[in-house]
Every structure is written in structure tokens, then in C-alpha cells.
Design a protein around this ligand. Structure first.
Ligand code: UDP
Ligand code: MG
Length: 355
């Protein structure tokens, strides 16, 4: 990969004591490569930018000291803008991202990947010294992101802060600088075909301390919702809800008609009315909510839609029963059951019926 230039973008905030080892290990790992290191520092009180400047005598480092703007993602975006390479690498300064992995990421790019992620959650990857609840939060956050955003459902670690990509992936793409998870933003908005994940172990911080905290979780959820809107997934949920409400009307209307006008037995009338409501909902979801996702044959879609309805009913009843048993008020129990049924039906239909 000797004819390719690499730009390594490193956002920093109070990382001065990590820089020398970071640069040294990058230099050892990338000997033979044409590369630059771009430090984007948010005017750190410990004068990280100054230390980086000193070290630029010895290493190919460019320093951007930002005083007008703050934030991890906007720092990375700024780094991209300044980068002269054909391939960009993003990593942290605190050596939790081992520089020795960079050549593997570059090799994956060389072999055809557009984005190569250093991943904690593929076989061979991991995290060092995390408490179980830290792992749980990380795993849970990733699960939420992958479920909410079907485009990234095959990526095991879409929130990694350590990755490489071809310049074209982000060139001309408007990335939102809010939030910490710039990779997820890129995976949703970037221009790419192939993503490869390379296992790595998220190590221990060398010096200084972490800047990420509880607020991050809240920000992450906001970020996921924003990306859902961008993807049109939020629109789908709204459409799915409207169709569901129309189904209630169809159900009630036919029930009334069958019982009052045709004198049909109330149990049988309910079964027929429910089926008609399911067919009503299927039709509108097929023509409207998921109209761009009709890849499975019609008969399979309609069968799967019925399976979703059955699963939803089962979940609703189970939760209702469970909560009643736990002493919860029956109306509240029903509401919670309906809520979960909605989630189950939406997810199944989104990913399987119109998957
Ligand atoms: N960072 C930054 N600006 C911020 C927060 C973090 O530039 O507002 C940098 C930080 O210096 C480090 C990387 O982003 O290089 C990851 O931050 P940190 O190690 O605090 O996060 P953690 O690894 O604990 O999740
Ligand atoms: Mg860190």
C-alpha cells in the first residue's frame, strides 16, 4: 500500500502525557507507509496542543487547536476536512486503541473494504477490565442501535471509535457533528459498499482520565433517534401506528355490522372482524409503510404478517397476565401489553415480513 497516503485523525482533550507513546507506536507500526497524524485538540487546559507541536519535530504531526468549537464528532469531522490522505484512520489518543492494529485496518481497505472497523465484538475482540455493567451498557446500546437502524444490523461494533475508511466514503457527505458516535453517523450517511470488522482488544487508558459519562447514554439515544428520522424509520413507525388505528376502526365496524345486521354469533363475528382488520392493516402497510421493501413474494408477506399478529397477541396476553399476577392494575397491564405487542409486531414486520 506504498502509494496510498494515510491520515490518522486523533481528537484530544487533556491527553498530553499520552502523545509521545502514541506517536512512537504509530511510527513503528506504519514504517513504510506515507502518513500524517492530525491532532484535533479542543484547547486542552493541559496544553495537549503545545506538546503535540513540540513532538511534530520528530513525527509527521499536524496540530489543529480549536477554540471556537468543541466535541468529539465535530473534531473528527474537522480532521477529515484537513486530511490530505486517501485513507483516513480515526482513533483515540489514550492508547486504548492499539496503534499496532492500524496496518490490519489498512490491509482490509486495500483488499476492498470501504470501511474497516477495529471491533470489540467480533470473534477475537474484547475489552480489558470492564465491570459487567459497563459491558452490559455497551452491548445494550449497540443492540438498540442495530435494531433501530436496519442498515447497520450486520455491524457488530457500530460505535467503535477506532476505524479506517476511504476518503470517498465521507467526501461530500454532510455529517452531523452532534454526539460521540461518529462511526454510526458515517455508517448511516456515508457512501460505501463493503464494511469489514477486524477484532481488537479495547485496552486500558495509559494516562489522564475518561471524559465520557452518564450523559453519554442520553446523547446516544438522541443520536439513534435522529438517525432513525434521517433513515425514514421514524416515519415508518408513525405510518405503522396510523394503519394500526385504522385496523381498530375496521375491526369495530365489522363486528358491529356482523352482530347487529347479520345476527352472527359474537365470538365468530369477532374472529372474522379481526381477520378483516389484519387484512386491512396488511394492505396499507404493504402499499404505504413498507412499500419500498417488497422483496419477499406476496404470499410470504401476507403469511408473515399473520405470524406477527399472532406473536403480538401472544405477547400482549402474556404480559397482561404476568402483570395482573404481579398485582398491577388491569388497565395499565393491558396498556403495557399493547405497547410490547406493538414493538414485537413492528420489528418482526420491518425485519422479516418486509425484511
Ligand atoms: N475526546 C475529545 N473531546 C471530548 C471527549 C473526548 O477529543 O470532548 C477524546 C479523548 O481525548 C480521547 C478520545 O476522545 O482521545 C476518547 O475519549 P475518552 O478516552 O475520554 O473516552 P472513553 O475511552 O473513556 O470512552
Ligand atoms: Mg478512552
Amino acid at each position: 500500500m506504498s502509494d496510498v497516503r494515510v491520515s490518522i485523525v486523533v481528537p484530544t482533550y487533556n491527553e498530553r502525557d499520552n502523545l509521545e507513546e502514541l506517536f512512537d507506536r504509530i511510527a513503528r507500526s506504519l514504517s513504510g507507509y506515507d502518513y500524517e497524524i492530525i491532532i484535533v485538540d479542543d484547547d486542552s487546559p493541559d496544553r495537549t496542543w503545545e506538546r503535540a507541536m513540540e513532538l511534530s519535530n520528530k513525527y509527521p504531526v499536524r496540530v489543529i487547536r480549536r477554540t471556537d468549537e468543541k466535541g468529539l464528532s465535530s473534531a473528527v469531522i474537522r480532521g477529515f476536512r484537513e486530511a490530505s490522505g486517501d485513507v483516513f484512520v480515526v482513533m483515540d489518543a489514550d492508547l486504548q486503541h492499539p496503534p499496532e492494529k492500524i496496518p490490519e485496518l489498512l490491509r482490509a481497505i486495500e483488499e476492498g473494504a470501504d470501511i474497516a472497523i477495529a471491533s470489540r465484538y467480533v470473534r477475537g475482540g474484547g475489552v480489558k477490565n470492564w465491570y459487567w455493567y459497563r459491558k452490559l451498557i455497551s452491548r445494550g446500546a449497540i443492540l438498540v442501535g442495530r435494531v433501530a437502524l436496519p442498515k447497520i444490523r450486520n455491524v457488530k461494533d457500530p460505535v467503535s471509535g477506532f476505524f479506517a475508511l476511504r476518503r470517498e466514503v465521507v467526501e461530500g457527505v454532510e455529517l452531523n457533528p452532534v454526539g460521540f458516535k461518529i462511526l454510526m453517523e458515517i455508517l448511516i450517511k456515508g457512501n460505501y459498499r463493503k464494511v469489514v470488522e477486524v477484532p481488537f482488544t479495547f485496552g486500558l487508558r495509559k494516562a489522564g482520565e475518561s471524559k465520557l459519562s452518564g450523559k453519554t447514554i442520553f446523547n446516544y439515544i438522541k443520536h439513534v433517534i435522529r438517525l432513525m428520522r434521517w433513515e425514514g424509520e421514524l416515519d415508518r413507525i408513525i405510518k405503522f401506528s396510523i394503519v394500526g388505528l385504522s385496523g381498530v376502526l375496521v375491526n369495530e365496524g365489522f363486528l358491529w355490522l356482523f352482530v347487529r345486521k347479520f345476527g352472527i354469533n359474537k365470538m365468530i363475528a369477532n374472529v372474522i372482524a379481526t381477520e378483516l382488520a389484519i387484512l386491512n392493516n396488511f394492505t396499507w402497510n404493504d402499499l404505504w409503510t413498507f412499500k419500498d421493501l417488497r422483496s419477499v413474494p406476496f404470499y410470504r408477506r401476507i403469511i408473515r404478517f399473520h405470524i406477527a399478529a399472532l406473536m403480538g397477541a401472544a405477547v400482549q396476553l402474556a404480559i397482561y397476565g404476568g402483570l395482573l399476577y404481579a398485582g398491577v392494575d388491569y388497565l395499565l397491564a393491558n396498556l403495557v401489553g399493547i405497547g410490547f405487542s406493538f414493538i414485537v409486531r413492528f420489528l418482526f414486520n420491518r425485519n422479516v415480513t418486509w425484511g
